[in-house]
Design a protein around this ligand. Sequence first.
Ligand SMILES: Nc1nc2c(c(=O)[nH]1)N=C([C@H](O)[C@H](O)COP(=O)(O)OP(=O)(O)OP(=O)(O)O)CN2
Ligand code: ZN
Length: 122
Amino acid sequence: MKITQAFTFEAAHRLPNVPETHRCHRMHGHSYRVELRLEGPVDPLSGFVVDFFDVEAAFGPLLQRLDHYCLNDVEGLENSTAENIAVWIWDRVRPVLPQISSVKVFETPECWAEYEGEGDAS
Ligand SMILES: Nc1nc2c(c(=O)[nH]1)N=C([C@H](O)[C@H](O)COP(=O)(O)OP(=O)(O)OP(=O)(O)O)CN2
Ligand SMILES: [Zn+2]
């Protein structure tokens, strides 16, 4: 069974490694959306794969490190592409939610990166 929980946060960033002529070299902001997918058996008693409240409790502290910050100032997110944010979240969520199977980070409703852990070729 798969379950997904979505979160949103606001943050500023600039991409330091794109050419100066690239518009994302300049400071700008996004309304990010993060989708955490978890997979596993449904517990016969609770009826849950994982309680959504537990997902919220696990991700909440990370959300607080991102929401209304400049991502360039967050350790590990100096180059905060959607791809790198997805890996950053995975690496921190996985130890507390081992059922995680995918992290999606949307910069806009049309553009996102998805990471499925080591072995994900992308
Ligand atoms: N593969 C990636 N490409 C780009 C990323 C990324 O994280 N991964 N990020 C950016 C910039 O962050 C840029 O801000 C995104 O551009 P934006 O103008 O926000 O998005 P759109 O062009 O889709 O939105 P408009 O509505 O056209 O302004 C660039 N590339
Ligand atoms: Zn951007």
